[in-house]
Write a protein that binds this ligand. Sequence first.
Ligand code: NAD
Length: 498
Amino acid sequence: MRAVEHFIGGNAASGGTRQHEIWDPNSGEVQAKVSLGTGEELQKAVDAANNAQPAWAATNPQKRARVMFAFKALVEAHMDELAELLSSEHGKVIADAQGDVQRGLDVIEFACGIPHALKGEYTQGAGPGIDVYSMRQPLGIVAGITPFNFPAMIPMWMFGVAIACGNAFILKPSERDPSVPVRLAELMKEAGLPDGILQVVHGDKQMVDAILDHDDIKAVSFVGSTDIAHYVYQRGTENGKRVQAMGGAKNHGIVMPDADLDQVVNDLAGAAFGSAGERCMALPVVVPVGNDTADRLREKLLPAIDALRVGVSTDVDAHYGPVVTAEHKQRVENWIQTGVDEGAELVVDGRGFSLQGHEEGFFIGPSLFDHVKPGMESYKEEIFGPVLQILRAGDFEEALGLASDHQYGNGVAIFTRNGHAAREFASRVNVGMVGINVPIPVPVAYHTFGGWKNSAFGDTNQHGMEGVKFWTKIKTITQRWPDGSPDGGNAFVIPTMG
Ligand code: NAD
């Protein structure tokens, strides 16, 4: 059986007495095993990082960027291999797996411009004979802990920017689909990255705790579910680290009466059911404004859901594949039952779906609920499966309030032809990322990604200039080159640059 090892000091490394099974979600069989490491493997990675990081930080930014350029070309050359590997462990269809890799590469492209992003600021003549300038310096050794649902994109969000800024990066990927992160680290080495600057250690809570408690690790970026994000944020910051921790989501799509419903239904089908709903920027809640809009939307949604093709992840005609594990499938189906028990109307039931020839795969058919109410647990919590919930709102204010008051605030979308309504919505909604007639408003790499409320802890976002800020510390220099003549100032009074 294939074994997935750590990647420490530029080489595959075994270590850890426990192992985790990696499933093939299409067949329901175990396809590989990954070693779960401990503080011992982490220490080896930290030692290698400590050896390599000072020289990397001293390498000029243009040379660091050249490694990113070479890495981008290598990932492009290996796109098919990476997408197939990713799809085989995660279950998302191949085209979607390519998108996962590409959205990460977008951040690598941003990192190629790091010399420009790190230039700093300069003020000549901030006072008499005084200049002020600032520089951004790397933090040293930093770490990223990533979820199963974007095993290529999210690691690249983090290490692309962190490494370009001059840090050594230790990645702890999800133990459910850890192979692509290791391949990415191998390709970074091939691109010319010195050993010890990008390392991968596998593990579960034990490894996460070791990272959070290690004195040499200065910053931690986490993406995963909310309870764990909160835990990571608390423990990491208590230990004096800089922490950004992104959590779960429950994104709403507001549908105004004037929206183009055919377009909305097309967008919703992809955003609610694509990747089997396992996206933090999925759109699992739709809020039609007015009963008439709700009835018309529901009528159009039914044939669109009926037309969805669930298949193995290598089926080019499939809209979505299996969910990641049998355990996750059970969890999603339990939420569907909770929705029924709470009194929502289950219009389409995706439970009990079986794909011929793949009866043991972790497939779930699409589900649709109507008449979901704000007090229901199945609405308050994240389901993370192919389940769309309709919540009917009486008017714009009620719809705005639903999205704003929900515990999660990752993304939200409004569908309308009314520019004023859209503008008002974007400015007032209490959510971090907003789409206007865009169902999955994941910002491009040179902007920044991050939610609000229980969707993110810490105050700095992923990638873009926010990422540069997170992975660096700023130093500000005030300089004077006296010409020898007495300046006549009073050294006992705080300088006012007067
Ligand atoms: P998860 O929280 O189970 O795992 C995330 C990481 O935490 C993994 O590396 C895992 O090994 C580690 N971990 C698991 N249990 C732990 C514990 N008890 N203590 C410490 N670490 C632990 O998340 P997941 O199921 O892999 O990913 C799905 C979740 O991630 C969803 O909630 C989704 O919304 C969220 N997500 C959020 C964003 C975002 O940007 N907000 C993006 C993608 C995914």
